[in-house]
Design a protein around this ligand. Sequence first.
Ligand code: PAF
Length: 278
Amino acid sequence: MILIKNSQTFTALIKEEKAKKVKIGFVPTMGALHAGHLSLIKFARQKCELVVCSIFVNPIQFNVASDLANYPRPIENDIQLLVQEGCDILFHPEVDEIYVNGLVKDSSSNFGNLTHLLEGAIRPGHFDGVVTIVKKLFQLCEPDEVFFGQKDYQQCLVIETLIQRNFPNIVFNICPILREENGLAMSSRNIRLSAEERKISHHIYKVLKDLKDNWQTQHWEIALKNARHILSEAPFKLEYLCVCNAKTLDSIDNFEDNAIALVAVQLGNTRLIDNILL
Ligand code: PAF
């Protein structure tokens, strides 16, 4: 695997590869890689000849300074995992390599509800930060296909819209959520959970599964009420649990096809999100 920290070196190598007409698959990440990320690399490997991963903890998408400061950065371990997975290029720039003119968010695009509801409401400006970095990375990497995890479902909808508008030649792939044995969606933040919190974290997937099982019956509202109750009890703090249209994220109050349940909770000091297509 080639490790590159400099943008110009990165784009020069990409240009060389593009001249050979190889298909480039790109997996952008913030590092602290787990099996979920590695599954994205595997998907990319299946569809593309050159697999590129980026590791960049993007400061402008964090709302809370301590979350950014405490974000895990086990770079040596990440590199080892990527080598084992057969990744070809790792782009791992420093902050000032990316934000040459300071930490400025690009808020020029209007994504409507997609960036204002749910995560957007709780983390104002978060998606502007995500869109800013993803645009920059796509411009540098010029991928043919990109691979994102369904766990960040709202992010997937925003990126899909960004691609339709600004990068129509990129193929967008949403890859399934990988779960721990107890159902907890894999996340870089899971390592912050205490043993006790980890034990009860199975409730998050269980309530989502319950909603799925009861969707299409008149019991789903009861399931939703129960779910909200379970995830509101300490040490859980419920931020939202909603059933929404899976394309627009408008909330739903009757059975319809193409629905998704999305949840965000604080478990102790750790913020967790998850979702399930109904
Ligand atoms: O999903 C993530 O890890 C990040 O939001 C992304 C897409 C790499 C942008 O920083």
